[in-house]
Design a protein around this ligand. Structure first.
Ligand SMILES: [Fe+2]
Length: 356
């Protein structure tokens, strides 16, 4: 069946996005799908750019590439020794944020994956395949990964490079290869099941931005490599600390208080419920908590911490021998009428038993 031709404004958008973001891989995340959603595959976006170029060649659309900001000013003479003013470097995170359901009506079913902390030090990616299989089996509407999907230890500044532990850190390339393997294993588990996949980036992914902030010479390079991996596997993502909404329920890696810091302490859920006006799904502490909080006038708010999705029993080295209370598994969540109506905990041990 012949494909419907794309409207001209989407063709122009493709050329503008390519100009703005430099590569098809990055620009594809921001392209508008014909049904209004954001985000295309890299190949799909490239095909659209090709069509747009052809449309421009035959005069169907008009679009002229604007001069780049880094070009020398027009009166710059290359033969003179004085240099043009250096372009200002601006570290500008580029993300796309999943759309909020308009009215909270209808039922949204999610699998929520907690902090998975993929790392080259955990070469067995089976748990990602099990989680993919669960998603396909439950035929949910969307998968939400709550951040700290990958540990990105190569970019950690907790252990200085000249310390013993610092010397044992993986390289950035090893981190990225490991993360790619984890995402591939997840897709293998999906076995062709098409589902919206979104990650609310965590403090560990935020290491890419912190690293670039400390190393301005490579601004954009680490971030684009780290997040292109997600985009290439058709994951959308939102910045650390930002909220993504599913049917009126807010999700973020860790809610941030008025100081911009993650709520902390034994009873951080109490503070979050006090300050929030909607149900909350979050991660970060690696300890699952599912708690309804009554409000005045017969209202109620649910705070759901989804624990972590590391292998069962695995505790990261920084936790040492502390009283962690970590929990390992995933949540199946049903959202209806703007609230979490059901949250079902599935331990990692159960996933292993069923799919291992
Ligand atoms: Fe974490």
């Amino acid at each position: 069946m012949p494909q419907k031709p794309l409207p001209d404004h989407l063709l122009v958008e493709a050329l503008e996005l390519l100009h703005e973001h430099g590569t098809a891989a990055r620009a594809a995340h921001f392209a508008t799908h014909p049904d209004g959603r954001r985000g295309l595959s890299r190949a799909g976006f490239q095909a659209r750019v090709n069509a747009a170029r052809e449309a421009r060649r035959i005069g169907q659309i008009e679009w002229a590439e604007p001069a780049r900001e880094t070009e020398p000013p027009p009166d710059y003479d290359r033969n003179k020794t004085d240099k043009p003013p250096a372009p200002q470097i601006v570290i500008r995170p580029t993300y796309r944020v999943a759309a909020m359901a308009a009215d909270g009506r209808g039922k949204t079913r999610l699998i929520v994956i907690g902090d998975a902390h993929d790392s080259p030090s955990l070469p067995d990616k089976s748990r990602f395949r099990w989680m993919g299989r669960l998603v396909a089996e439950r035929t949910v509407d969307a998968v939400l990964q709550i951040g700290d999907f990958a540990s990105m230890d190569s970019l950690s500044r907790h252990d200085a490079n000249d310390t013993l532990r610092g010397k044992l850190k993986p390289s950035f390339l090893e981190d990225i290869r490991s993360f790619k393997d984890a995402l591939s294993a997840f897709d293998e588990g999906l076995n062709g099941y098409k589902v919206e996949k979104h990650c609310t980036l965590g403090n560990h992914e935020d290491r890419a931005l912190s690293f670039e902030n400390r190393t301005p010479e490579i601004a954009g390079l680490v971030e684009s490599n780290a997040f292109t991996v997600l985009g290439d596997a058709n994951w959308t993502f939102s910045p650390y600390g930002a909220w993504t909404f599913y049917g009126g329920v807010g999700a973020t890696h860790s809610p941030l208080n008025i100081m911009g810091k993650a709520y902390s302490g034994l009873y951080s859920e109490n503070q979050i419920s006090r300050d929030s006006v909607h149900d909350v799904i979050f991660g970060h502490t690696h300890k699952r908590v599912e708690r309804p909080y009554p409000k005045l006038n017969h209202q109620q708010l649910t705070v759901l911490n989804v624990g972590c999705s590391l292998p069962h029993g695995h505790v990261e080295p920084y936790a040492k021998h502390s009283l962690t209370g970590w929990t390992w598994g995933v949540y199946e969540v049903e959202i209806e009428r703007g609230r979490i109506q059901k949250a079902h905990w599935i331990p990692m041990l159960e996933l292993e038993e069923r799919y291992g």
